[in-house]
Design a protein. Structure first.
Length: 193
């Protein structure tokens, strides 16, 4: 009985060592990168030419999926010796004062501000990401969004709007009347030219 266990163990070890040597990765293809560097992605997943092709399994993508820039990642082995990584990156939307950006899904993207087309965001206190994203979509011509514990400001080319709650500004966005300084409250609207 002990001999059989020893032989089974020896066979498993032989198969494992053979898999490391017999089928190395010859080429790694990375698709879908816009902001991330290919070298950093390959380092994160640990798949380089010469690595064992049989051990290029989806679990290798876990470190990559923890990167806030990565929305989705898949690994394919189209043929022996070739590994293909497909990555879908998050898109920067709102530039933040510290150089980061908010993605369209609200994820904070380190260093993403230069690629974010939305209005610049400045503020004090905890970042109300979802409220800011909603305001940016409701006011596509906004130049800047500000937030403080007191409320929200939307700076447009010909108007500045304020409300203590983002929901009030979202309701007012439907009116399309944007001139001067506009203060929106639950009990009414005050307009100054």
């Amino acid at each position: 009985m002990a001999v059989r266990g020893f032989l089974a163990g020896l066979l498993l070890i032989t198969l494992y060592v053979g898999s490391l040597v017999a089928f190395p990765i010859e080429r790694v293809e990375v698709e879908g990168l816009r902001h991330l560097k290919e070298e950093a992605v390959l380092k994160a997943v640990g798949l380089l030419p010469g690595s064992p092709w049989l051990w290029a399994l989806p679990y290798r993508l876990e470190p990559l999926r923890k990167n806030p820039w990565v929305a989705e990642a898949h690994l394919e082995r189209p043929r022996v010796g070739v590994v293909r990584l497909w990555v879908r990156e998050r898109v920067p939307f709102l530039p933040l004062k510290d150089g980061d950006a908010l993605a369209e899904d609200g994820t904070r993207l380190p260093g993403g501000a230069p690629w974010a087309p939305g209005p610049k965001v400045v503020g004090q206190g905890p970042l109300p990401a979802q409220a800011l994203l909603q305001l940016a979509r409701a006011f596509p011509k906004a130049r800047r969004l500000r937030y403080t514990p007191v409320g929200f400001w939307v700076e447009l080319p010909q108007a500045t709007l304020f409300a203590p709650k983002a929901e009030l500004l979202l309701e007012y966005a439907q009116t399309g009347m944007f001139r001067g300084q506009i203060y929106v409250y639950s009990w009414g609207v005050s307009v100054r030219p």
